[in-house]
Design a protein around this ligand. Structure first.
Ligand SMILES: [Ca+2]
Ligand SMILES: [Ca+2]
Length: 145
C-alpha cells in the first residue's frame, strides 16, 4: 500500500508540475486556490431537503474541515444546482473524494443527491457522482469519478 501511495503522490506531483497555471505561479508556499462547489439535487419526488449539509474536500495535499453549504434563500430544491464559492483555500492538490455530513431538518428531510462538482482556480474540475438518497444523521463518502 505504501508503494502504491508513493506512486500516486509522484503522479500527482508530476500532474501539478505540468499544469501551466501552476508553472506560472510565484512561490508555492501559502498558495491560495479558489474552489467553487456545485451541488445538484435530483429530479425525483421529494428529492429536495431543508437539512443542514456540510462538505469536506479531501485531496492529495490537504483536507478541509466541514464547510457548511448554505446560500441565502432556499438550498437543495428538486432539480436545482446550488453554487458555493469561489472560496479561498490552501491548495488541496488532486481531489480524491468528498464527504457529505447531513443533519436532517424540516419535512421530507431525505435528500436525493445527483452529484457534486468542484472547480478550482488552478484549472481543475472534478466530478463526484452520488445518485443516491442521503438521510438520517449521516456522513457519506463520495469518491471522484
Ligand atoms: Ca426530501
Ligand atoms: Ca439557505
Amino acid at each position: 500500500m505504501r508503494m502504491v501511495f508513493a506512486a500516486l503522490m509522484a503522479a500527482a506531483a508530476l500532474t501539478v508540475g505540468a499544469t501551466p497555471a501552476s508553472a506560472a505561479a510565484a512561490p508555492h508556499i501559502d498558495a491560495v486556490v479558489y474552489y467553487t462547489i456545485y451541488v445538484k439535487t435530483g429530479n425525483v419526488g421529494d428529492a429536495g431537503t431543508d437539512a443542514d449539509v456540510y462538505i469536506r474536500l479531501i485531496g492529495s495535499a490537504g483536507t478541509t474541515g466541514y464547510i457548511e453549504l448554505d446560500n441565502p434563500g432556499d438550498d437543495r430544491k428538486r432539480n436545482q444546482i446550488d453554487t458555493y464559492g469561489p472560496m479561498p483555500l490552501s491548495d488541496l492538490g488532486t481531489l480524491r473524494e468528498v464527504r457529505i455530513a447531513f443533519e436532517p431538518e424540516g419535512g421530507s428531510p431525505d435528500w436525493y443527491l445527483d452529484w457534486v462538482k468542484v472547480d478550482s482556480s488552478s484549472g481543475r474540475s472534478d466530478l463526484f457522482p452520488c445518485y443516491c438518497w442521503i438521510s438520517g444523521d449521516s456522513n457519506t463518502r463520495i469518491p471522484r469519478a
